[in-house]
Ligand binder design. Structure first.
Ligand SMILES: [Zn+2]
Ligand SMILES: [Zn+2]
Ligand SMILES: [Zn+2]
Length: 136
């Protein structure tokens, strides 16, 4: 048994020698033939990309490539639309903000110090009031 005289073909993805070659679809942007396994993998990948999914928050249906994966800190499954992703991102950033004076965790309502105050960053209501009383 010899391979001489037979032109060996190599899969463009896994570089395995292949006996039965599959021609990749033009939208895959792959040069050269594929083995059966890689062909199937690519088919699945592109099929998934062509699917539409619902945003896990607002349930709007969108093309999967237009959707966002949640950040790992959010501890969520599924995909989000851009609007919900941004909202969630902001919410999460806000959750991590604390009053610059007393260190209390700030909720959705926070107060910006006045320009003339020597305080930078956002404040809780109480601290804002006390600064106002002190500094005017
Ligand atoms: Zn392959
Ligand atoms: Zn959404
Ligand atoms: Zn405070």
């Amino acid at each position: 048994m010899s391979l001489f005289g037979r032109k060996s073909v190599i899969c463009a993805i896994c570089k395995k020698q292949i006996s039965h070659k599959h021609k990749p679809k033009s939208e895959w942007q792959i040069e050269g033939p594929l083995c059966g396994d890689c062909y199937v993998t690519q088919m699945q990948k592109f099929y998934e990309l062509s699917l539409r999914q619902k945003c896990v928050i607002c349930e709007i249906e969108k093309d999967v490539p237009d959707m966002w994966e949640p950040r790992y800190q959010w501890d969520m499954k599924g995909l989000l639309c851009k609007a919900c992703f941004d909202k969630k991102d902001t919410e999460h950033k806000n959750l991590k903000e604390f009053c610059k004076i007393c260190g209390k965790k700030l909720g959705m309502i926070r107060y910006n110090p006045k320009n003339k105050w020597p305080v930078k960053g956002q404040l809780c209501r109480e601290c804002w009031d006390s600064q106002k009383a002190k500094l005017g």
